[in-house]
Write a protein that binds this ligand. Structure first.
Ligand code: NDP
Length: 505
């Protein structure tokens, strides 16, 4: 038993990517989380499980009850003006209205995964009808595939293959996120402009009751995935058990849990409902600002535009995302399930929420600086990811910044013992730092926060969180690459000595 586990672990640590040296057909293999849990990881998992829901609650409640001040609740508790009970008594409870809105939204998104987004517009006058309508769509359009990739030049959608799993399986995905995003937003705008079935401020108006629903779904999905992994796994060979129940629950057991042939938990929850909702939530905040003050501030426009670009980029490149760490290394557990349902929509949108309470007016210079930083960050993020993608797809035979790409040749062993080769790019953005794509992401994150001015700390949570997330991810990834490429990785880190900022880190 133990020796089996040891062999499997060694296979997982070795893994594969790229062409074969030994002549055997080599397919990319990817690795997920650890097989064994050290004390530090276990304590981190327990701390996250216990605190993450309260962090979300704290920020949302701080805006609702304390005008987005993060110090006032603490000071009032300390000074005795508030108690935990008095804060709790002011928190809006779950409501049926919110439950119906949320259920409609999720079913609508599930429907669009199956349907390829062929939604039809009807004159439903209330959310109960809309709910039935959404269910109706699921049944009616179950097998309609993505059509955008057939009509939009350069867009890669429809049925696509993901990365090969450690067990050697390659899953197929129906990529229709862009279509779903466009149709959802077209429906939203058509409602706001013509149909008026519901107020465009609906999300803000039900924000805390919706949070209870999002939590219910997040926990339900994580628990379902956990039970499913034991009782009816999709690919039993790709499960990982650490022997620690908390770690398994949090980091997931199954690699690619599915229901039926097409409903993939990781792809669905990673992109939808959270990321499709991101831009709708921001639009709802803008509508609320207009309702309250009669205008939409330039800071709110900036947040909507910059985050809108980021979200659209995600869906335009959804096929490319199948090859990123989230999809091809992480297993599906509470971390992804709850995180995508609650953490992402509630904490990635804090800037817009803040601006409803504080409609900041930026000077022309400040607004221009934020826009420039946001666009520069997006450019670095997209261009560096594109350079690596192009480099890997052409196997190094491409030009970067006008010159032939330079790279380090690497060797590694795969699960079947075959020796393989890969290449690590050392020119372009990848010659400046080993994770310059993360640097671009962080520049964009700072721009969203800076759009909110300097009155409060709350909107800056996002850039702090992203820094922690991406630095941790960078270390995690380098640990994996180090064990995969061995001495060749050392040659690469000697050639490109810094991780995020040339000369600094
Ligand atoms: P990367 O796209 O950087 O992928 C890392 C992998 O790329 C490594 O494991 C290695 O894989 C390969 N690689 C590393 N260095 C090189 C090189 N020099 N040349 C060629 N290949 C290399 O990481 P992510 O998947 O984490 O991120 C993708 C994007 O998503 C990033 O821009 C990130 O900022 C963004 N992101 C955003 C999040 C958010 O919440 N907003 C969360 C997470 C990511 P191999 O084994 O193939 O060699």
């Amino acid at each position: 038993m133990n020796s089996n586990k040891e062999v499997t672990r060694r296979r997982v640590q070795n893994g594969a990517h790229g062409g074969s040296v030994s002549g055997k057909t080599a397919e990319p293999a990817q690795w997920g989380r650890a097989w064994e849990v050290d004390w530090f990881s276990l304590l981190s998992v327990l701390a996250l499980l216990c605190t993450a829901p309260f962090i979300v609650f704290f920020f949302v409640m701080a805006c609702d009850q304390f005008q987005c001040s993060v110090t006032r609740p603490v000071l009032e508790l300390y000074g005795g003006q508030s108690t935990l009970l008095s804060i709790w008594s002011r928190v809006p409870p779950p409501t049926w209205a919110a439950a119906k809105i949320y259920a409609s939204w999720v079913v609508f998104q599930v429907g669009s995964v199956f349907l390829g987004g062929r939604h039809f517009f009807c004159s439903c006058r209330n959310w109960t009808n809309t709910f039935c309508f959404a269910v109706f769509q699921v049944v009616l359009y179950m097998c309609v595939p993505d059509i955008l990739h057939k009509v939009v030049p350069g867009y890669v959608g429809g049925v696509q293959e993901g990365a090969r799993t450690p067990a050697g399986l390659v899953s197929k995905y129906e990529i229709n996120g862009l279509q779903c995003w466009l149709l959802t937003h077209a429906l939203w705008l058509a409602n706001a402009r013509y149909f008026l079935w519901f107020s465009p401020t609906i999300i803000f108006d039900h924000w805390i009751p919706l949070m209870w629903c999002a939590n219910a779904l997040g926990y339900a999905v994580a628990t379902f995935a956990f039970v499913k992994a034991y009782w009816f796994p999709t690919n039993p060979q790709d499960r990982k058990f650490t022997g620690n129940v908390f770690y398994n629950y949090m980091m997931g057991i199954e690699f690619n849990p599915r229901v039926g042939q097409w409903f993939d938990f990781k792809l669905f929850f990673n992109g939808r409902p959270g990321i499709v909702a991101w831009t709708l939530i921001n639009l709802s905040y803008a509508a609320k600002q207009r309702e309250l003050y009669g205008y939409v501030s330039n800071s709110m426009v900036l947040v909507n535009v910059l985050q809108g670009i980021y979200v659209l980029d995600f869906f335009w490149n959804e096929t490319w995302y199948l090859k990123t760490i989230d999809i091809c290394h992480d297993h599906f557990g509470w971390y992804l399930g709850w995180g995508d349902c609650v953490w992402l929509p509630y904490l990635y949108t804090l800037q817009g929420l803040y601006l409803v309470y504080h409609p900041v007016h930026l000077s022309a210079v400040h607004a221009a600086a934020v826009l420039l930083l946001g666009l520069a960050g997006y450019y670095v993020f997209r261009a560096s990811n594109h350079q690596k993608d192009m480099f890997r797809r052409s196997q190094g035979a491409c030009r970067v910044w006008g010159r032939p790409a330079s790279y380090i040749e690497c060797r590694y062993r795969s699960a079947d013992g075959g020796e393989h080769r890969s290449k690590l790019l050392t020119s372009g953005f990848w010659g400046l730092a080993r994770h310059f794509n993360y640097t671009g992401d962080l520049m964009g994150s700072l721009a969203y926060c800076a759009a909110c001015g300097f009155g409060h700390a709350l909107p800056y949570f996002y850039v702090v969180y992203m820094s922690v997330l991406l630095v941790h991810r960078c270390l995690r990834d380098e640990h994996r690459c180090g064990s995969k490429y061995g001495a060749d990785w050392k040659r690469y880190t000697d050639a490109v000595p810094h991780r995020l900022l040339p000369g600094v880190f």
